[in-house]
Design a protein around this ligand. Structure first.
Ligand code: FEO
Length: 401
């Protein structure tokens, strides 16, 4: 075990004992351009308690950080706030090594862990609102189903006022810094929103309710300790305001134009639409799929109001990279967007019709008719593209602030 990995104190009794993954670039389909962290925490109460573990390949780093503080055999309790394997990957081995008095998870967590691992120690299910005495400290559990899995829960350490929030309030960001106040705001907002868009967006309505529930509980966290990215110990209002804004999914005044091109015709149309959006007074971002990943598109769409999608027809169908992105976006269930469809074709031109159906199936309200052109757009078609852009901008600007 490396002596170079140390625990990091995050409050009077709580230490970070996680691992930093500088190399990961794909997290189940989400492009993690800045890596990530798997955070685990040790509560140094009378009953020493471990909250979550890390992804399996990072076991040595995690155990070294624990051992820099205590003999792992002195851990009394282990809490599993979330059963996904980036947090539970070392759980079975840790239980075996530590032989804690008890292991706790939500009722769904007990089931999910049993479906993932062979753990020979009984895992005790805790109820929503239940408290656990750690001797001189107390933990209270709050079910947070579907944030991000059915088993997910928050744990709150009173006295220290630390909220262990597993995926909630997290981000995929590897850094040497452990605290959000050591990282520039623009990086926090960008990576936090990207994480929300790619992981939590399908559950945005639940998150709105969860924020109300946490507020109703009357707890006043001084530290938010998520399972990914930096710990929030200062200006918690910032991350809470981000979550309130992102979960509300208010329609932004920006259009994103997501498209693929084969011989440049759909690209010409995209650029003409973009010029029209700008002329109409709204913001626009062109996202050619040769340059952008599906998770870039999801991140941009979170704060946009319009999704304009373009595809050439290839073998009677939508171009594959566009299908990839649209399938991904459909699963994320973005709400409150308007949209439009365009593209070029050579013979039959089915792509735009398929795309129209996809957008309608996502509940996206279409502006204007499908705009499609055979082979190469001339000035007349490009003028129609420009007008479509203006029309989208007008719709976006009509929305009340
Ligand atoms: Fe970080 Fe849903 O696991």
């Amino acid at each position: 075990m490396s002596a170079s990995f140390k625990a990091v104190k995050i409050s009077d009794r709580v230490y970070w004992v996680g691992a930093v993954d500088w190399a990961i670039r794909d997290f189940h389909g989400y492009s993690t351009d800045r890596g990530t962290t798997y955070n685990a925490y040790l509560i140094m109460a009378d009953k020493i308690t471990l909250v979550d573990t890390v992804k399996a390949p990072f076991r040595d780093e995690f155990l070294a950080r624990v051992s820099s503080l205590v003999d792992p055999a002195t851990i009394s309790y282990i809490i599993s706030n979330h059963a996904e394997m980036d947090h539970s990957g070392c759980l079975a081995e840790t239980i075996e090594a530590v032989r804690p008095e008890k292991v706790f998870a939500s009722s769904m967590g007990v089931q999910a862990l049993a479906e993932h691992f062979r753990i020979d120690q009984e895992i005790t299910a805790v109820k929503d609102g239940e408290s656990l005495s750690l001797g001189d400290r107390q933990l209270t559990f709050t079910e947070t189903r579907m944030v991000h899995w059915p088993d997910s829960m928050f744990s709150y350490l009173s006295d220290d006022n630390v909220l262990f929030s597993q995926d909630g309030f997290g981000m995929h960001l590897a850094s040497a810094e452990r605290f959000a106040d050591e990282i520039p705001d623009d990086v926090l907002e960008f990576e936090g929103s990207r994480y929300f868009a790619n992981i939590l967006l399908p559950f945005a309505p639940r998150i709105e309710k969860l924020l109300e529930k946490v507020s109703d509980l009357g707890i006043t966290p001084e530290v938010i300790a998520p399972d990914h990215g930096p710990v929030w110990r200062d200006d918690l209002a910032k991350i809470l305001e981000y979550y309130s804004r992102w979960s509300a999914q208010k329609r932004g005044k920006k259009a994103i134009i997501v498209y693929e091109t084969m011989w440049g015709s759909t690209d010409k149309m995209a650029r003409a639409i973009a010029e029209g959006v700008v002329a109409g007074g709204a913001e626009v971002k062109l996202m050619p799929l040769k340059a952008y990943h599906r998770s870039d598109v999801a991140g941009e769409l979170l704060n946009a109001g319009a999704l304009i999608v373009g595809s050439p027809t290839l073998n009677n169908n939508i171009y594959p990279s566009v299908v990839d992105v649209m399938t991904y976006l459909k699963g994320l269930k973005p709400a409150n967007k308007i949209g439009a469809v365009f593209g070029s074709y050579g013979w039959s031109g089915e792509a735009t019709l398929h795309l129209k159906k996809m957008l309608e199936g996502m509940g996206i309200e279409l502006v204007g008719d499908i705009l499609k052109v055979k082979f190469v757009p001339g000035d007349d078609t490009l003028e129609k593209c420009y007008s479509l852009g203006e029309e989208v901008a007008a719709r976006l600007l009509k929305e009340k602030d």
